[in-house]
Design a protein. Structure first.
Length: 193
């Protein structure tokens, strides 16, 4: 994989273990020549991840909506910064630049981005690995919800498997590098009126 988008919070959270995970992931990217595509911020998990990669001369591409292009948010040291109209356009731009998705701890925006990536794969619009770094069990409740959706018939087991989950960077990257997208076996029926 040449470039991976990382979805993560604009906050660091309360536990330093999350910051350490961002640093570990950033170092992995640099050591394996993987470019980072991310939300363009200098704060929180986003800032730590970008700073880690920039400090070692790795590749960082920021994609930030015009409404967030404020001095206190935008990362001034990222040379490749794409300013777009809105959040929806940001996702489209990111998708065109990358080979895979990784999600670190974050809030509403992080989950929104994760589930859009999964939906694109579920609909076979994309066939890129979608990884979740479940540091400190941060996403345990989310994973329980997905299992409940399978148990109640709202999510196919095959689609549940689209989400690659690990609690270490090395394990997650192994899963992402070995990812084989499911074969598209369904035929879309045309409705004849």
């Amino acid at each position: 994989m040449n470039k991976i988008v990382v979805f993560c919070g604009s906050s660091l959270g309360f536990n330093p273990i999350y910051k350490e995970a961002a640093i570990t992931l950033g170092n992995y990217f640099v050591n394996n020549n993987i470019g980072l595509v991310y939300g363009g911020g200098k704060i929180g998990m986003m800032g730590i991840l970008a700073d880690t990669i920039l400090a070692k001369k790795g590749e960082v591409i920021g994609v930030i909506p015009k409404l967030l292009e404020k001095e206190e948010v935008i990362h001034a040291d990222v040379e490749k910064m794409i300013v777009c109209k809105n959040m929806s356009e940001r996702k489209v731009i990111m998708s065109k630049l990358i080979d895979g998705y990784i999600t670190l701890p974050g809030g509403f925006g992080t989950l929104d981005e994760l589930f859009e990536a999964l939906t694109l794969n579920q609909l076979h619009i994309e066939q890129k690995p979608v990884g979740l770094l479940n540091i400190n069990g941060f996403f345990d409740a989310t994973l329980l919800q997905l299992n409940k959706m399978v148990a109640e018939g709202y999510l196919k087991p095959a689609n549940r498997k689209l989400l690659l989950v690990a609690d270490s960077v090395e394990e997650l990257m192994l899963k992402m590098n070995n990812y084989n997208p499911p074969k598209v076996s369904h035929v879309i029926n045309k409705v004849v009126r």
